[in-house]
Design a protein around this ligand. Structure first.
Ligand SMILES: Cc1ncc(COP(=O)(O)O)c(C=O)c1O
Length: 379
């Protein structure tokens, strides 16, 4: 049991041993399947953990100049780039230290071809496999009108001169069956290019650290693909899987509002500012010690501290064994991936602190935020 009295509220608390557990599993997959797995910074960029992550993963993938700079400064190793657009003024800085770069359109490749070919960076194209298991439009990059990736019919018989790789990202919290289906689709639509290239990047969305994920099937799918294309370096670039279930967001109950329905607990955290995927996806996060209420049971609704009317958990209420009191700790589970990288200081509210619960049980406060952090983003 974690002693939350030593941890400030609110605070994102990464649990070191859980991160190491995920990394060991991911490392065993890359070794057994003969592929390379790199970290997608868009999902998890808590760089105070990079000395640990680096022991297992040999690189990162970035989708913007700032991510690329962070990758160079704090991670090192292979640096893959994929941005929906590259911009002339940023390009020279962006590509510093990069090893691979994927272009989202033939036009962008034409524009940056010479500059890329004058470096050692290996260029590729992002393709749209026109298949995705993802039902939420906001997380489906392969819908018919997607702006992400080139459709097969747009590419000619041969890849443009100089292109060495293909990049495909179409999964989100997906299983190994979805990857198998993706590979089939790639072979059907883009198979004739595979002998011409050196690497294939299968993007993120492989939730291999989830308990329900079939690791053996994943390894079988990847090894059988590799048998057919032994010359290809295969990359996977998950974000979520690295930080999946590695920590929590610790919060506190500050007020309890009685209504004709559930009692509303107002917390010192915000769904829109600190747990945005809860509203975007949307999904109902698990709370430690709480469960879905059964009929007639007293229920609590979790509310945020901004003035946004919709800043509450609208996907369902909670039942707590012990009635909530002002000052109680609320622990939102699995709040490390796609949180810190997406948060805002909307409404001028304080950003949760960031800390690490070390393997020996001690708590290390890594970062706190103050008024200057808020002010420095405005003018
Ligand atoms: C191009 C690309 N690569 C990798 C990822 C990481 O995906 P995930 O965090 O779901 O593994 C994403 C997520 O959006 C992405 O767009």
């Amino acid at each position: 049991m974690t002693d939350y009295s030593q941890i400030p509220s609110p605070c994102y608390v990464l649990e070191e041993n859980k991160l190491i557990h995920n990394l060991e599993l991911i490392n065993s997959v890359q070794k057994r399947a003969g592929v390379t797995i790199i970290l997608a910074l868009k999902g998890f960029a808590m760089f105070s953990t990079f000395p640990i992550v680096r022991k297992y993963l040999k690189g990162t993938t970035s989708s913007s100049l700032f991510e690329a700079r962070l990758a160079r400064e704090e991670f090192g190793g292979e640096l893959h780039l994929y941005c929906p657009i590259y911009q002339e003024n940023e390009f020279p800085d962006l590509i510093q230290g990069a090893t691979h770069i994927s272009f989202n359109s033939l036009r962008q490749w034409e524009q940056f071809k010479e500059k890329t070919l004058s470096t050692q960076i290996s260029p590729g194209l992002r393709i749209n496999p026109e298949y995705s298991p993802v039902e939420q439009d906001i997380y489906n990059p392969s819908s018919p009108l997607s702006r992400l990736g080139i459709r097969a019919e747009v590419l000619g018989d041969k890849l443009p001169e100089g292109i060495e790789g293909l990049h495909c990202h179409n999964l989100c919290e997906s299983n190994s069956q979805a990857l198998a289906r993706t590979l089939e689709q790639i072979e059907t639509l883009f198979g004739h290019y595979l002998p011409q290239i050196k690497w294939l990047n299968l993007g993120g969305g492989h939730l291999m650290t989830a308990k329900s994920y079939d690791i053996e099937h994943l390894i079988q799918v990847l090894t059988s693909f590799k048998t057919r294309y032994p010359h290809l370096d295969i990359y996977l670039e998950p974000g979520s899987a690295v930080a999946w279930e590695t920590g929590v967001l610790r919060a506190t109950v500050f007020d309890l509002i009685e209504t004709s329905g559930p009692t509303i607990a107002i917390l010192d955290v915000s769904f829109t500012a600190h747990m945005p995927d809860c509203l975007e996806m949307p999904y109902k996060p698990r709370i430690r010690g709480a469960r879905d209420p059964q009929e007639e049971e007293p229920t609590y609704r979790m509310g945020g501290l901004t003035c946004l009317a919709g800043d509450f958990m609208g996907m369902g209420d909670y039942y707590f064994e012990t009635p909530l009191q002002i000052g109680d700790t609320i622990v939102f589970e699995d709040m490390i991936h796609y949180t810190m990288v997406k948060t805002s200081m909307f409404n001028g509210i304080k950003h949760p602190a960031i800390g690490i619960l070390s393997s020996d049980g001690s708590f290390k406060l890594v970062r706190e935020f103050d008024y200057e952090d808020y002010k420095s983003r405005l003018s």
